[in-house]
Design a protein around this ligand. Structure first.
Ligand code: SF4
Length: 165
C-alpha cells in the first residue's frame, strides 16, 4: 500500500488538458527526457511535493464537483505509469472512478501501449481499467503539430477505452 505520493502539482480548473473542465494532477519523475518537453521540472525523482495519498485523493474528489460544475480528471506527468508512480496513480484513479463513474479520466503517458504491456506483462485495459482516454508515446519535437487535439506531436496516439485498448 502506497502511503504518500510525490506530485508536481494540481490544477482544479484546467481548461487545456482534456475536454471541458478538468481537475489535473501532475505526477513527479519521468525517465523519458524528451527534447522540447514542456514540463522538465517534473523529471527529477527527488523533486515535487510529497503528500499523504488519502489526503490528495480527497482533495481531488472534493475538487471535481466544486461550485456545481462537474469536471473530468486528467493525469499527466512526469510519467504517471512508470514503476515508481503507477501504484499511487492507480489508487487515486480507482477512488475517483468509484465516486464519479460518469466522468472521464484522461491519462498522458510517454510509453506506448506496446511498451506498457511489455513492461507490466498485462493488457492495457487491465492495467488501467479506470482510464477512458489514454494519450500515449513520447513527445517528438520533429513531429510537433499544435493543431492536434490532446497531443503535441504526430507520433503520439489517442486511445479510447473499448475501441483501442
Ligand atoms: S514523457 Fe512527457 S513529461 Fe516525460 S519528458 Fe516526455 S514530454 Fe516530458
Amino acid at each position: 500500500m502506497v502511503l504518500t505520493v510525490k506530485h508536481a502539482g494540481i490544477n482544479k480548473n484546467d481548461m487545456v488538458n482534456g475536454e471541458g473542465v478538468s481537475v489535473s494532477f501532475w505526477t513527479q519523475g519521468c525517465p523519458h527526457h524528451c527534447v522540447g518537453c514542456h514540463n522538465p521540472e517534473t523529471w527529477p525523482w527527488g523533486g515535487g511535493i510529497e503528500k499523504d495519498i488519502d489526503e490528495i485523493t480527497e482533495e481531488i474528489i472534493q475538487a471535481i464537483p466544486a461550485n456545481g460544475i462537474m469536471r473530468n480528471f486528467s493525469i499527466l506527468g512526469g510519467e504517471p505509469l512508470c514503476t515508481p508512480n503507477i501504484a499511487a496513480v492507480d489508487h487515486i484513479a480507482k477512488k475517483v472512478k468509484e465516486k464519479y463513474p460518469d466522468i472521464k479520466i484522461y491519462i498522458w503517458t510517454g510509453y506506448t501501449k506496446e511498451e506498457l504491456e511489455e513492461l507490466y506483462k498485462i493488457d492495457l485495459i487491465n492495467l488501467i481499467e479506470w482510464a477512458d482516454v489514454v494519450i500515449e508515446g513520447r513527445y517528438d519535437y520533429l513531429q510537433r503539430d499544435i493543431s492536434l487535439p490532446l497531443r503535441g506531436s504526430r507520433n503520439q496516439r489517442v486511445l479510447c477505452k473499448n475501441i483501442d485498448f
